[in-house]
Design a protein around this ligand. Structure first.
Ligand code: 6PG
Length: 248
């Protein structure tokens, strides 16, 4: 496993610009190899300005949207026009503002009644469209992940069964503290990605970032984000405010 790279940006705006640049560069690299670029986007609020930047003139004109395929790392079990929908957030910030073919947008069906059906259908979609490793796990070029103050990422929340799901690449998870169902990619498929970018911004993330980057000690709590054992490259992009707790 390669050692994670950590970039600390002076501001949220600088973080978003740095990550947008990295995404555009990875997409360009795939295009140079005449390969599709398959990315799983994160939900939540942190990536919103990244997606808006990708839709801005500079990046929008640079990216070959015909080869750019957008997937979702997780989704809330709501309709695609619901305010909590990750798909709606990506639609509002990016999809409505760039010429990406609709066939290149792969949403999780949050509108279905049964989250297990939504998870099974999404897993089929990933198997159908993505290359697979020797162990038949679909391979993303990039998985973009946020992190919650409790150390969750995607919808891999502490004390949930999905954390020990190693047979499925997508699963449904009931998040007790949110009293809601979600569908999320699982650790095996995240670990199998060629590139992982993890983003964190603002003082509310300083404690969890301090925990994650502090030296291990015997009874140190392990957070879901620390269960990642990626085979590819992991890059953390955080801003100054989120980095305050990191010991030198
Ligand atoms: C989601 C995300 C989730 C998010 C974190 C951080 O669906 O909400 O997948 O994992 O990345 O909760 O969210 P913020 O970026 O809003 O802090």
């Amino acid at each position: 496993m390669s050692k994670p790279e950590l970039y600390i940006h002076s501001s949220y705006e600088a973080l978003c610009h740095g990550v947008a640049k990295e995404i555009a560069s990875l997409a360009h690299r795939a295009e140079q190899r005449y390969r599709p670029f398959n990315v799983a986007f994160s939900g939540g609020s942190t990536p919103e300005n990244i997606y808006q930047l990708l839709a801005s003139t500079h990046f929008c004109e640079e990216i070959n949207w015909g080869g750019f395929n957008i997937y979702f790392g997780d989704e809330r079990m709501v309709a695609p026009d619901h305010q909590d929908s990750n798909y709606l957030m990506v639609k509002n910030t990016l999809l409505d503002h760039c010429p990406i073919p609709s066939a290149n947008i792969h949403a999780i069906k949050g509108e279905l009644q049964n989250p297990h059906t939504a998870a099974a259908e999404y897993q089929k979609e990933l198997i159908e469209h993505l290359d697979q490793s020797e162990s038949l796990i679909p391979i993303f070029d990039l998985v973009l992940l946020g992190i919650g103050s409790d150390g969750h990422t995607a919808s891999l929340f502490p004390d949930t069964d999905i954390l020990v799901q190693h047979e499925k690449w997508v699963d449904a998870v009931y998040v007790k503290k949110l009293d809601s169902w979600r569908v999320s990619i699982t650790l095996p498929i995240i670990n199998n990605a060629k590139n992982i970018i993890i983003i964190a911004s603002g003082k509310p993330k300083a404690d969890i970032i301090k925990e994650v980057f502090s030296k291990a000690h015997p009874n140190k709590k392990i957070y879901p984000i620390q269960l990642l054992q990626p085979s590819g490259l992991v890059t953390w992009h955080i801003d100054q405010a989120a980095s305050e707790g990191i010991e030198d």
